[in-house]
Design a protein around this ligand. Structure first.
Ligand code: NPW
Ligand code: K
Length: 473
C-alpha cells in the first residue's frame, strides 16, 4: 500500500524527528537518497551534465546538496537560482564540490542530461512564477531527464490541484511519505515515476490518501472455497440497459461475470441481447423486486428513464448506482438505507450531484469525492485518470487508483466497471474494497488489452481474468 499524508502531518513528523537529530541531518538523508536516484537514472555520473533549478526554500537545499554529491562523483553541475534567496549551506557545498552557479538558464538547460527540479516542495503556493515557468518549459523541451525533488514544483501537495504552470517530471523522488498530490490527478500526471526515500519520519497509523498495490488487491480478492456453490459465492443483480441502450446491459453483465460472484441476474428490457452474448446470465423481464434473491444490486448503466432506482434502493442489500441511476438520486433516500450504497459518477455526474461546474470537480477531485460521500452517506467512486474512492466516514483514507490509463476513456468502459464492482460487492467485499479493487483490476485490464493501442469496452471486460491472474500470480 502506498500511503500519503498531508503537509501539516509531514511538518509535525519532521519537527518531532529534527528535535532528536543533529541540525541538517534530515536534509542530508533526503539529498543522499535523491543523488542515488539521479545516479541510477543517469547510468554514468562522471561527465554527465546536471542542472539544478533552485528555489528559495529547503527544496532548493535538497537539490543543492544532491548536486554536490553528483559533482563529487564527476558530474558537471550548474545551479540556476530562481528564488529570492538560496540555501546557503547547500550553495557552499555545491561550489566546494566543484559545481557552479549558471548566469543564463537557457544556456545550460537545453544541454543537460538531467534537470533536478528544486524550485518548490511542500512549501510552494500556487503555480510557478513566470521566470521559473519559462525555465521549466525549457527543461521539458530538452532531452534531459527531469527529476522533481519531493514534488513537481507548482502542484498542490495536499489536493493534487495545479493552479497555473507546473514542472512536468519524468520521475519524482519524494521524502518520508507520499503526498496526496502525487497520487491524484491533475498533479499525478506531472510527477512521472514515483520513488520514496525513507528519512525516518514517524507518521500516524491512518494516512489521508492511499493507493493499493498488487499484494493489497490479491489479499482482498474473493477466493471460492471447496464447498462454495454459485449462491454461496454471491449473486449480483444488474438493472441496466433500455430499448435505446441495450449495449450498456451487455457490458455491465460482462463486467459482473468477471467479478467473482457465482451468478449474474439481469433485470431489464435487454435480456435478448444479454443472452446472445452471455447465455450463462439469469434473465428476468419483470421489476427488480420480483427477480429473486441477490446479494448486491447494480443499477443505472444505459437505463434511460426506466424506473427502478427507488425499488432497488428499498432493498436491504448493497446497491451500486451508476450513470442514469444517479440522476434522480435523493441524498435523504440514500442516507436512510440499511445496507451500504456505492455511487460511481464521472466528473460531470459528480458536478450535477453537487450542483457545481464540471471544471470545479476536475480541479479539486479530492474535495469533490469527500463531499459527495459525506452528503450521501455512501461510498463514492469518482471516475477519472486517477479514480478516487471515498468512504462516508471522513476519517477513512481516500483511495486513489494507480492503474488507470487514458485508453480507458472509451464508451461503455464505465458499464464494465460498475458490473465488476457490483459483483465484488455480491461476493462479500466491503464497499470501499469492492470499489477500489474494481477500479484497480479495470485499469490493469485496460492496460493489458491496450498495450498503447485503442481498445473497446468489451476488450477491457475480456482482459479482466488476465488482470486478476497478474495480481494473484
Ligand atoms: N518535511 C521534511 O520532512 C523534509 C523536507 N525537506 C525538504 O524541504 C522542503 C520544504 O521546504 P520549505 O518549507 O523551505 O519550502 P519549499 O517548498 O522549499 O519552498 C518554499 C519557498 O518557495 C517560494 N515559493 C513559494 N511558492 C512559490 C511558487 N509558486 N513559485 C516559486 N517560488 C515559490 C517561497 O519563497 P519566496 O521566493 O517567496 O521567498 C517559499 O518560502 C520539502 O519539500 C523537502 O524538499 C527535506 O530537506 C528533509 C525533510
Ligand atoms: K520540486
Amino acid at each position: 500500500m502506498r500511503s500519503a499524508y498531508r503537509v501539516e502531518t509531514v511538518r509535525a513528523a519532521e519537527a518531532e524527528l529534527m528535535a532528536r537529530l543533529p541540525g541538517g541531518a534530515l536534509m542530508q538523508r533526503a539529498a543522499a537518497g535523491l543523488a542515488a536516484a539521479c545516479a541510477g537514472l543517469l547510468g554514468r555520473v562522471s561527465g554527465a551534465r546536471v542542472v539544478l533549478l533552485v528555489g528559495s526554500g529547503d527544496n532548493g537545499g535538497d537539490a543543492l546538496y544532491a548536486g554536490a554529491r553528483l559533482a563529487r562523483r564527476g558530474a558537471g553541475v550548474s545551479a540556476v537560482l530562481l528564488g529570492s534567496r538560496a540555501h546557503q549551506g547547500g550553495l557552499a557545498a555545491l561550489t566546494t564540490a566543484g559545481g557552479r552557479v549558471a548566469d543564463d538558464p537557457f544556456a545550460v538547460v537545453p544541454r543537460a542530461d538531467l534537470v533536478l527540479d528544486g524550485i518548490t516542495g511542500i512549501g510552494g503556493r500556487g503555480g510557478l512564477r513566470p521566470e521559473a515557468a519559462a525555465v521549466a518549459r525549457a527543461a521539458r523541451s530538452s532531452q534531459a531527464v527531469v527529476v522533481a525533488v519531493d514534488l513537481p514544483s507548482g502542484v498542490d501537495a495536499d489536493t493534487g490541484r495545479v493552479a497555473g504552470e507546473a514542472v512536468r517530471a519524468d520521475a519524482t523522488v519524494t521524502f518520508g511519505t507520499y503526498k496526496p498530490g502525487l497520487l491524484i490527478d491533475p498533479a499525478r500526471e506531472y510527477a512521472g515515476a514515483l520513488r520514496l526515500v525513507d528519512i525516518g519520519l514517524a507518521l500516524p497509523p491512518v494516512p489521508d490518501v492511499e493507493a493499493l498495490q498488487h499484494a493489497d488487491v490479491a489479499r482482498l480478492l474473493p477466493v471460492p472455497a471447496a464447498e462454495s456453490d454459485k449462491y454461496r459465492r454471491g449473486v449480483v443483480g444488474v438493472v441496466a440497459g433500455s430499448a435505446r441502450y441495450p449495449g450498456a446491459a451487455v457490458l455491465a453483465v460482462a463486467g459482473a461475470l468477471r467479478g467473482g460472484a457465482g451468478a449474474v441476474r439481469y433485470v431489464g428490457p435487454a435480456g435478448e441481447a444479454v443472452l446472445a452474448h452471455y447465455p450463462e446470465t439469469l434473465v428476468h423481464g419483470g421489476p427488480p423486486g420480483k427477480a429473486g434473491r441477490v446479494q448486491a444490486w447494480v443499477i443505472g448503466p444505459g437505463l434511460g428513464d426506466t424506473p427502478g432506482v427507488e425499488e432497488v434502493l428499498d432493498s436491504d442489500v448493497p446497491v451500486l448506482v451508476d450513470a442514469d441511476g444517479l440522476r434522480p438520486l435523493d441524498p435523504a433516500a440514500v442516507r436512510a438505507r440499511s445496507a451500504p450504497t456505492v455511487l460511481t459518477p464521472h466528473a460531470g455526474e459528480a458536478a450535477a450531484l453537487l450542483g457545481v461546474a464540471r471544471e470545479e470537480v476536475e480541479a479539486a477531485r479530492l474535495d469533490a469525492v469527500r463531499e459527495l460521500a459525506g452528503r450521501y452517506g455512501a461510498t463514492v467512486l469518482l471516475k477519472g485518470s486517477t479514480t478516487l474512492v471515498a468512504a462516508p466516514d471522513a476519517d477513512v483514507p481516500v483511495r486513489a487508483n494507480p492503474t488507470g490509463t487514458p485508453w480507458l476513456a472509451t464508451a461503455g468502459s464505465g458499464d464494465v466497471l460498475s458490473g465488476l464492482a457490483g459483483s465484488l460487492l455480491a461476493a462479500g467485499l466491503r464497499p470501499r474494497d469492492a470499489a477500489s479493487v474494481a477500479a484497480y483490476l479495470h485499469g490493469l485490464a485496460a492496460r493489458r488489452a491496450s498495450r498503447s493501442a485503442p481498445i473497446a469496452a468489451h476488450d477491457v471486460a475480456s482482459a479482466l481474468p488476465g488482470a486478476w491472474r497478474d495480481v494473484t500470480g
